[in-house]
Design a protein around this ligand. Structure first.
Ligand code: SAH
Ligand code: SF4
Length: 438
């Protein structure tokens, strides 16, 4: 564990460390120099990416504009930034020509750095991204006939260690900032050329390894490639609650990225204390990584279960604000051979979901293998039978088709190469994390 672990929360804050809620509480992670969400740059300019309108206005005022002008400029810049995807002040045509260089001298509109862009044979794309302080994380785009889903990361690494998840073998490096989270969605729009007309940034599309014309044939009838967002990349989003909330607010704002909350799903391994807040303060669809129906098995494969148990989790789901038959909660269930895939497991799943009267759908995920993983995927016949039993119990249980396996972009395969570890080291880390869990 990192040597900062025994610093108390107050001291951590004073030392500029960011406490992260989790099973090791608090777990401070160094975030040098971030003040009020603003990361200092070497050239002294301030990156506006990730900031809300109010904060942008404050910064404009601090830079010398009077309050009224600062508010007006902030409104304009916000619109260009999040709604139109513009990264150059020079292109903000409703801002006075003399004002644009003034802004450019003091501010920038950044994007996460793209280290690598990969294309799967099934059309899935994965981008390896790098933070300004040189940590790698990933985002994945999954095109389907009727939708396009962007899988967004919330942390570099993860504090939890679900045994079937490759990300779980990484240490938590740090929480992603609001800009780094919303920046993934903006980068995807750049790469897919999906900003309202005239605002496309060809330079970024080229950087992302995409030709301008390459995707024309992929457009769905309503002309949109990116229609849905899932917070299912690296990390546990509810352990980075504030930043995830603030980023999704920018995504959902009608004058921001303007994506409906009905098209956004947040997946949690079961951080019960933050679930109600998630419903109230963000209001997006909820997915819960259930994966097992008995204490023993869930304790083993989703160790946060030792802290927040199965039945309490289902009660928290029943209480989730906004859940209804029209907006069901998704229960994710990874199919692990001889571990959680028996007929009686399927029957118990139905019993539990009914006991709590949950508006539920079950998503069966074939286990995606990774080097050194301690499990195998259930056979297709087993998965089919399991799905049938749940379906006969009155709950829909489709099997999720694995996507992007050839580029390690499928569920649970995300792990940045910079953090690759040996099997022995993985075992040691797992033991260490479990000891901390108590
Ligand atoms: N941390 C959050 C969201 C990221 S993981 C969570 O755990 O819910 C997204 C989904 O992929 C989760 O349901 C997770 O359990 C699942 N997953 C992780 N590793 C997997 C693997 N190797 N094969 C299939 N699904 C996996
Ligand atoms: Fe973390 Fe989710 Fe992977 Fe569990 S499944 S280790 S919570 S990313």
């Amino acid at each position: 564990m990192s040597q900062t672990n025994d610093i108390p929360a107050g001291a951590a804050a004073a030392a500029g460390l960011m406490p992260i809620p989790g099973h090791i509480e608090p777990m401070p992670v160094p975030r040098p120099g971030i003040v009020d969400g603003v990361t200092p740059r070497e050239d002294g300019r301030i990156d506006l990416l990730g900031l809300p309108k109010k904060r942008i206005a404050e910064l404009f005022e601090n830079a010398g504009l009077d309050m009224k002008a600062a508010k007006l400029r902030a409104k304009q810049v916000y619109h260009w930034l999040y709604h139109r995807g513009v990264t150059e002040f020079e292109a903000m045509t409703d801002i006075a020509k003399t004002m644009r260089p003034w802004l450019a001298e003091r501010f920038v509109v950044g994007r996460p750095e793209i280290v690598e862009a990969q294309h799967s044979s099934d059309g899935t794309r994965k981008w390896l991204l790098r933070t300004a302080d040189a940590h790698d994380y990933e985002m994945v785009f999954i095109p389907d006939a009727d939708r396009g889903t962007l899988c967004v990361s919330s942390q570099v690494g993860c504090t939890l260690n679900c045994r079937f998840c490759h990300t779980g073998t990484m240490r938590l490096v740090r929480n992603l900032t609001v800009g780094e989270i919303v920046g993934q969605v903006m980068l995807a729009r750049d790469a897919l050329g999906e900003w309202p007309k005239g605002a496309g940034d060809v330079r970024l599309a080229t950087m992302a390894g995409l030709d301008e014309d390459e995707d024309e044939g992929d457009y769905t009838s309503d002309g949109r490639l990116l229609t849905n967002i899932v917070m299912m990349g690296m990390g546990e989003p509810l352990y980075n609650f504030d930043n995830v909330r603030d980023a999704l607010k920018l995504v959902m704002d009608g004058d921001g990225l303007a994506l409906s909350k009905r098209r956004i799903t947040l997946s949690t391994s079961g951080v019960i204390p933050q679930m109600e807040r998630c419903g109230q303060e963000i209001g997006v669809n909820l997915a819960v990584s259930l994966h097992a129906v008995t204490k023993d098995v869930r304790d083993e494969i989703v160790p946060i279960n030792k802290k927040y148990g199965l039945e309490d989790l289902l009660q928290a789901c029943a209480d989730y604000p906004g859940a209804s038959n029209a907006r069901r909660i998704t229960f994710e269930y990874v199919m692990l051979k001889d571990k959680n895939d028996s007929d009686s497991d399927a029957r118990e799943l139905v019993r539990l979901l009914k006991k709590y009267d949950l508006p539920a759908k079950v998503n069966l995920i074939p286990f995606n293998p990774w080097p050194g993983a301690p499990y195998e995927c259930s056979t297709p016949e087993r998965i089919r039978t399991f799905s049938d039993i749940v379906f006969q119990g009155g709950i829909s249980a489709p099997v999720r088709t694995p996507r992007g396996r050839d580029i390690d972009a499928a569920c649970g395969q995300l792990k940045t190469s910079a953090e690759k570890k040996s099997r022995a080291e993985i075992d040691r880390l797992l033991a260490e994390k479990e000891a901390a869990l108590g």
